[in-house]
Write a protein that binds this ligand. Sequence first.
Ligand SMILES: Cc1ncc(COP(=O)(O)O)c(C=O)c1O
Length: 386
Amino acid sequence: MLKRFLLTPGPTPVPPEVLSALGEPVIHHRAPRFTEILIEVLAGLKYVYQTANDVIVFAASGTGAMESAVVNIVNAGDEVLVVSVGNFGERWLKLTRGWGANVIALEYEWGTKADPADIAAALAKNPAIKAVYVQFSETSTGVVNDIKAIGEIVAKTPAILVVDAISGLGATDLPTDAWHVDVCVAGSQKALMVPPGLAYVAVSEKAWKVVEQCGTPRFYFDWVAARKKMSGDSAQTPYTPAVNLMVAQNRAIELIREEGLQTVFERHRMLGRACKEGIKALGLELFGPDDPEANSVTAVKVPAGVDGGKIGKLARDKYGVWLAGGQGKLKGQIFRLGHCGYFGASDIIVGLSTVEMVLAQLGYDVKWGASVAAAEKVFLKSEVLL
Ligand SMILES: Cc1ncc(COP(=O)(O)O)c(C=O)c1O
């Protein structure tokens, strides 16, 4: 037997209460009970998003919601600014270029944050920019962009701000409205604690004006049709929804409400801090800045002399622990531990001790127990339940 631990930044572990909600008998999506669930989920998502804006749900992976945030906004030839700090920033580039946008790309070295001053300069230089696309938590590098500062800049222009918060929403504070995020994209399988399959967008009034003018052909992902159908006391989804995932999301949001959003963020802060302190105590180097608000994923440079390609495989096959490797050009150069969603202190301890054993087996000179001890010191100071 090999006991399995999913310590990746998505999909993430699902709480038992949510798993049992998934197993409830399937209800019909035109039944009154489903309308109640949809209304509750949309209200719950507004709580997590910290928004009064409309929230729309699709049966899709996060990339579906990203694509919807292109086809509802961009006409071929429109100027957009894409800010990329990693693999998922590249996805915005592919999507916007794929749909024919005239893309101004602001690309940063992976592992660094976007500089809001560059965005201000690009907007000043190109006043026709219609939308700015950026990541909140760039899962491939662990970097979290300064959306507050970016939002203040974009809000002063006619452009709208589109943020991919797929791995950040519900882990790190992102007050959608207060930070002027016009379109905020999320997915069920990260901090929202549900298996993959649901994708969300929150859309501001400023963004709706752009959407209503957008002539790009779309059908399944048409936000106007979705908003119409999903509003009011008889809300439904235009097409068959992922019924049981919605039931599960409803339960997961209840858990978030019970814990309290700010406490959820504080728990993630403690987990992120403990993981990073543990990694540093082993003499390993974090990939990217040691940011106290970057709490969805810890990215670590593979130490010299260790074959990075073997870390994940050994952790998985020998210890049953799923760590994430590097993506794209970081393959083999970094490894990542996820801690967004249903994670607690014990998960961090399992992850760090696995890192110690795996790296030792791959030839790294490990200070035994150092990472676990460093994490424990962080946990002892925690004022929230972990
Ligand atoms: C920041 C970010 N954007 C986009 C995606 C893509 O989401 P999905 O794989 O659900 O399509 C992910 C998934 O890991 C992500 O972390």
